[in-house]
Structure formats: C-alpha cells, structure tokens
Design a protein around this ligand. Structure first.
Ligand code: UDP
Ligand code: MG
Length: 316
C-alpha cells in the first residue's frame, strides 16, 4: 500500500510583521517547492498586531489553501503564539519559525532530512555568536546560562532558538503541558526526545524592529528560572539556617563577654548595620517566595493562554 503523503506545519508567530511577512512567504514557498513529496501547512499566529499583518494574512489564506491563520483578540506574547500554533497544527512534523527571516526557511530542508533520514525526533538550532547583542546583553546572557545550569535539572542549550522541526509525538507532549506560565525553551528540553543541534549564525532581521527590549528579556529570564528551578527557595531556607547559627554563636560570645569580662553594652552602629542587613535579606527572599507564589496564583486561576478573535474559517 502506498504511504500517504506526509505534512509539515510551519507555525509562525507574528506581531507587527507587515514588512517581513511577504518576504517570509516567498522564501517558505521556495522550500515547499523543493520538498515536492511533502505537503505543507503555513499556520500564522497574529498576536494582536496593530499594523496590516492581519490583512496580509487574510489575503494569503484566500489565495493559498495551505495558508491558515489564528488571530488573537490582543497581544498575548510569543509564548502564547507558539502554544496556539502547536495546538492547532495538523502536520506530521511541525516547525516553529520567526517571521523576520532570522530563522532562514532554507534550513528546513536539512532539518527535515535530519528527522527523516537520521532518525531524530527533533532538529533544533542554536547560535553561538551574538554579534548583534550589546555588551550588557552578552554578559547577562552568559551569566543566565551559567546560573540556570547550576540551579536547574532541565538542561538549557546556550543560544538555543525557538526555531526547530519536531515530530508529532514531541509536539503532542508539548501541547499536553498546558501550563499558563509558559517558558517554551525549558518545555522543549523537559519533554526530552532525541534532538539534533545545528549551530548557525542568525542573520539580522529582514525588516521591522525586535519586539524584545532589555526589560522584556530580563522578565523572560526570571520566568525561565521560576518555571524550571526551585533552588532559590532552597537557598533562602539554607541562608536562614546559616544566619540562625551565626546568631546563636553571637549570643554565646556576648553572654561570655558580659559575664567574664564585664564588657559594658556598646556598639549600636554595628547593631544597626546588622538589623538593616537582615531586613534586606528577609525582604529579598520574601520577594523570591512571592515570585513563586504569584506564578502559582496565575496557574490556579486557569486563565486562557490566548483568546482567538478570528481564523481563516471566519473570513472565508
Ligand atoms: N512575536 C510575537 N509576539 C510578541 C513578540 C514577538 O508573536 O509579543 C513574534 C515576532 O513577530 C517574531 C518572533 O516572535 O516573528 C520573534 O520576535 P523578535 O524577532 O521581535 O525577537 P528577537 O528575534 O529579537 O528575539
Ligand atoms: Mg527576530
């Protein structure tokens, strides 16, 4: 019996990508033409864009049967976009790609062969040179990967991008992890499966501007720590024990000094420093606990990860 034709779904989160989308569509079409034996589905996620992204997607869906789109009711973030795409993709293989051509569509061909010919479940890309990063961003990125490898048991490949092609089984495992606070880079690693890593130099954005500024990236880094490590909580408990021990020794020293040496009470400046220091440490760890608690709070509320306003079916 002839094996039915396999399908690759391309999930593309788009937030104000009116300039990049036509270029991306042209390039992904070339790839689809090259992989003749495979069917394609282009699944664009309009993440509350305020430019003409939705109009372009409507036109695409009208003229190309392979093109579908999901349009959110507002901006929910790239993580929500990826989840929506993975949840509704129908292909045997699913790829996640940025619309800005930083994930070159031409690489899909070797990624596809990595799965079909070499037997991997997933082919993912990472970039080791960050020429486009500022010195500060390079420094924080390096520190973050060092820190997460120390405190988390879920490994994170430095420079890993979201660009990857996965088998359906892996996609299903990711979709089954329906957590609200999504840190997809960690989820990819958490679900396991055999992944082939390819190093590449990410080109510059073809048009438009990056949607991630320093503050957004910093929040994203914290998100990754809270989602995949509870070590900060252990550290707070550990420090608590150490400070108790120090306090106990200090009490003994003060009693001995007072009883045997008759030392009068003095040194309020040092006392003030100790109180301020301890207050700072306590507030810091209260904040750490608060971060975990707030994530638990959002998780318990079970709010939707995204809300759909329109799909290609509504527009047809
Ligand atoms: N993106 C999104 N929602 C957002 C921010 C970004 O869907 O809130 C999309 C964006 O359109 C692009 C991809 O995520 O296709 C990566 O974003 P960007 O290129 O701005 O990030 P960078 O490559 O600079 O990290
Ligand atoms: Mg980009």
């Amino acid at each position: 019996m002839k094996k039915s034709q396999e399908k690759i779904s391309i999930v593309v989160p788009c937030y104000n990508e009116e300039e990049s989308l036509p270029i991306f569509y042209k390039e992904i079409n070339k790839v689809a033409a090259e992989l003749k034996d495979v069917l394609f589905e282009f699944l664009f996620i309009n993440d509350g864009s305020s430019d003409n992204t939705l109009k372009i997607l409507r036109k695409l869906a009208k003229k190309d049967k392979r093109a579908r789109y999901i349009s959110f009711s507002r901006n929910f973030g790239k993580e929500a976009g990826m989840y929506a795409g993975l949840s509704s993709a129908t292909g045997d293989y699913v790829a996640i790609m940025d619309a800005d051509m930083q994930d070159p569509p031409s690489m899909l061909i070797s990624m596809y062969h990595g799965i079909v010919d070499e037997g991997y479940d997933c082919v993912a890309l990472y970039t080791s040179s960050h020429d486009d990063y500022s010195v500060l961003r390079k420094f924080f990125t390096k520190c973050w990967y060092k820190l997460i490898s120390l405190i988390s048991s879920t490994p994170q490949v430095p420079g890993a991008r979201d660009f990857r092609l996965m088998k359906r089984k892996m996609v299903q495992a990711i979709v089954d992890m329906g957590e609200y606070n999504r840190y997809t880079k960690g989820i990819f690693s958490f679900v396991g499966f055999d992944t082939k890593w390819i190093n590449y130099q990410a080109p510059d954005r073809v048009a438009g501007k990056s949607k991630f500024n320093f503050i957004k990236l910093f929040k994203y880094a914290l998100e990754g720590i809270v989602a995949f490590s509870t070590t900060p909580l252990v550290i707070s408990a550990f420090l608590g024990i150490i400070f108790c021990l120090i306090a106990f020794i200090a009490i003994l020293v003060i009693i001995i000094k007072t009883l045997f040496l008759g030392d009068p009470v003095s040194g309020w400046p040092s006392l003030a420093c100790i109180i301020i220091f301890m207050g700072g440490v306590q507030l810091f760890f209260l904040g750490v606990i608060g971060m975990y608690l707030s994530k638990t709070y959002l998780e318990v509320k079970k709010r939707p990860i995204y809300i759909v306003k329109e799909t290609e079916k509504d527009f047809m």
